[in-house]
Design a protein around this ligand. Structure first.
Ligand code: NAD
Length: 325
């Protein structure tokens, strides 16, 4: 990592102000310091759907496409928005890019979400998307696959659920499981998980490892036309919550409780295999247990971020404009 073998001269990044995108923008700018950049994000009042002319004029040789309507668990309510933003806007973007442009598409491990396979899901396993968010991602994946020979030089990353620090207080996603649990216990609130047995599994990954993985995959032409699961560890939700609570109570001398809500259940449960990207040479830097202990609970940076978030909820998103420049 770090020494770019492949050079990109005009780099387009969509979703550049988001949780992942703000990290990506920083790393891309560090790595390709002599290149031109076009960053697109609604937060900066640049909407992908209105950007045909600037994108065509910019004529990128690399596009990292992260902009999306997010929120798997709530996406049934947001189906129309997801269809427009995640499907139609992505298809339009693909059609505006020059042929053979290198294209990274941010997909999700959530597309495995409907069924717990006997062994962790590999990229070859059947997908079971259970909601519009995962469906939308899979539709774009299939579209890219059908256009492999004639169109873009694409690579797809199916990201596990991210956790870890945001680049600034404006763009952390505290609706993601680990971040949400941390947010709650840092406010001395108890955690509640659904069910009483057969608790669900999910794969997790530190946001910095996702960003490193994107750059790693873009540094290798063997990854063109390939899909990679990007993540780290599969955890059962009750064990994760218990580990966070026990660690926090011990370190901070608190007595926060774990509650079980048996009236509800979690429909999504999946484990994911990360061998393909690891065999290519990618190594994660972060481990969830260590991150919880060193970064999330005791780490000053994360606590600061959390304080900012509580404060940030009260002020308008507009106030975050330009924060990552
Ligand atoms: N964070 C995760 O755990 C995770 C897991 C799997 C996949 N992903 C995917 O990674 C990508 C980035 O996720 P994130 O967590 O950073 O989300 P995020 O919501 O923090 O960032 C998305 C950014 O895209 C922007 N955006 C959305 N629609 C836009 C549009 N039409 N025009 C311009 N800007 C637009 C938003 O303003 C936001 O800043 C998404 O495609 C998401 O589906 C994320």
């Amino acid at each position: 990592m770090g020494n770019n073998k492949i050079n990109y001269n005009r780099i387009l990044l969509t979703g550049s102000e988001g949780y992942i995108g703000s990290h990506v923008l920083k790393l891309l700018k560090d790595k390709y310091s002599g290149s031109e950049f076009l960053s697109i994000d609604r937060i900066n009042n640049i909407h992908l759907e209105d950007s045909e002319q600037i994108i065509k004029k910019f004529n990128p040789d690399l596009c990292v496409h992260l902009a999306a309507t997010i929120g798997a668990e709530t996406s049934s309510d947001m189906a129309v928005d997801i269809n427009e933003n995640n499907i139609q806007n992505s298809l339009n973007l693909i059609s505006w890019l020059p042929k053979k442009c290198r294209f990274f598409f941010a997909s999700t491990a959530n597309i495995y979400g409907g069924k717990l396979l006997k062994s962790p899901a590999t990229e070859k396993d059947q997908e079971y998307p259970m909601h519009p968010y995962a469906n939308g991602k899979l539709i774009i994946e299939k579209y890219l696959q059908m256009n492999y020979k004639t169109y873009l030089n694409w690579t797809i990353g199916r990201f596990a659920t991210n956790y870890g620090k945001a680049r600034s207080f404006g763009n952390i996603r505290y609706n993601l499981v680990v971040n949400k649990f941390m947010d709650l216990i840092l406010q001395n609130k108890s955690l509640t998980i659904y069910g009483d047995k057969d608790f669900s599994f999910r794969p997790y990954v530190h946001v910095e490892d996702v960003v490193r993985a994107i750059l790693f995959l873009l540094d290798n032409n063997k990854t063109i036309g390939e899909i990679y699961n990007v993540g780290g560890e599969n955890w059962r939700i009750d064990k994760l919550a218990k580990f966070i609570i026990d660690s926090y109570n011990k370190i901070m001398k608190k007595n926060i409780k774990l509650n079980y809500d048996k009236t509800k259940c979690d429909d999504f449960s999946y484990k994911v295999c990360f061998d393909k990207i690891e065999k290519l040479g990618f190594k994660r830097k972060h481990n969830l247990e260590k991150s919880i202990l060193n970064e999330l609970i005791t780490g000053k940076q994360y606590n600061d971020v959390m304080k900012h978030i509580s404060w940030g909820r009260k002020i308008k998103l507009k106030a975050f404009q330009g924060i990552n420049k």
